[in-house]
Design a protein around this ligand. Structure first.
Ligand SMILES: [Zn+2]
Length: 298
């Protein structure tokens, strides 16, 4: 038998402290830790003054930094990169360095602290990615930024420090080496085969069918043949598309649907594992979802 104690913060956020017959002490510890943190979420509706001023929101009602929003984007209060500075490379003898210039923003996925991305409706999930899309389009105007990274850490073991479900955007003044390698491989493949590397992968996955997780009109979810981790999933557009930010409304709704389905399947299969996902754009609009359980972290 389980007993649920409702925990309500002064700002109105609700968490549940569940105690009873659970046997997994480590998991229970994380559940309690998470639920206590939920009760004090600075991201909850009504706590807008506890975050930096919003830079974007999808809100049916109310003005900026007030309740009434569905998705809200704010600068990270403790950013890993600072907005001020230059991107010049400085030299110190044989060493080189540059200032930690960039952007770090948080996309709060729901006003409800108790909901994870997998709990949201497909429309609400697509709102989250639409907010990411809007921020990418805006941040691209900052010529100092060379790469915009969208990612999510779900669960403490995956690196999440705030339990209220959120995605992050980081703008970097350099292109990460893994992205450069992917771009180089794609270009070489195209020069040799006159075809898109990712579309070729998609065709072979569709004809094999062995690794398909789910699909809809616009997207396919599959476990890559050469996965770095067990249970890794890739979400790939069915028709060639190289830019996440330029996807139209119909694709974004479809993307929200397929992401929601993939995350629900992941949660059911592995009992809500910690995971990371990272939409990769600039090469092909794909999303890799990597459960941390695959690394044996939990
Ligand atoms: Zn393609």
């Amino acid at each position: 038998m389980c007993v649920k104690n409702e925990v309500r913060s002064a700002a109105g956020a609700v968490g549940h402290n569940t105690v009873g017959s659970r046997k997994d002490a480590i998991r229970l510890f994380f559940l309690i830790k998470k639920e206590i943190r939920l009760a004090f979420s600075p991201f909850s509706e009504g706590n807008e003054a506890r975050t930096p001023a919003e830079v974007f929101a999808i809100r049916p009602e109310g003005g900026p930094n007030t309740p009434g929003w569905r998705v809200r984007v704010v600068p990270d209060k403790y950013p890993v990169l600072g907005i001020e500075g230059d991107i010049e490379v400085h030299r110190d003898g044989a060493s080189e360095w540059r200032e930690g210039v960039g952007i770090h923003e948080v996309v709060v996925e729901s006003a409800d602290a108790a909901k994870d991305l997998a709990d949201l409706s497909a429309i609400q999930a697509s709102d989250v990615f639409r907010a990411c899309q809007a921020r990418i389009l805006d941040l691209r105007r900052d010529r100092r930024l060379r790469y915009l990274l969208v990612f999510k850490n779900h669960g403490v073991e995956a690196g999440s420090t705030i339990a209220h479900s959120h995605t992050q955007i980081i703008g970097l003044p350099i292109t990460p080496i893994t992205v450069r390698q992917e771009l180089t491989a794609s270009r070489k493949h195209f020069e040799k085969e006159q075809s898109c590397l990712f579309c070729n992968h998609l065709s072979s996955e569709l004809s094999s069918g062995a690794r398909i997780v789910c699909q809809n009109e616009h997207f396919l979810v599959y476990c890559p043949f050469a996965s770095r981790f067990p249970f890794k999933m890739t979400v790939c557009p069915v028709a060639h598309s190289h830019d996440f930010a330029e996807a139209g409304d119909d694709l974004m709704v479809s993307f929200g649907e397929i992401m929601q389905e993939a995350l629900v399947r992941l949660r059911k299969t592995l009992k809500d594992p910690p995971y990371n996902f990272c939409p990769s754009h600039g090469t092909e609009r794909r999303v890799g979802t990597t459960p941390k359980r695959a690394l044996g972290v939990t």
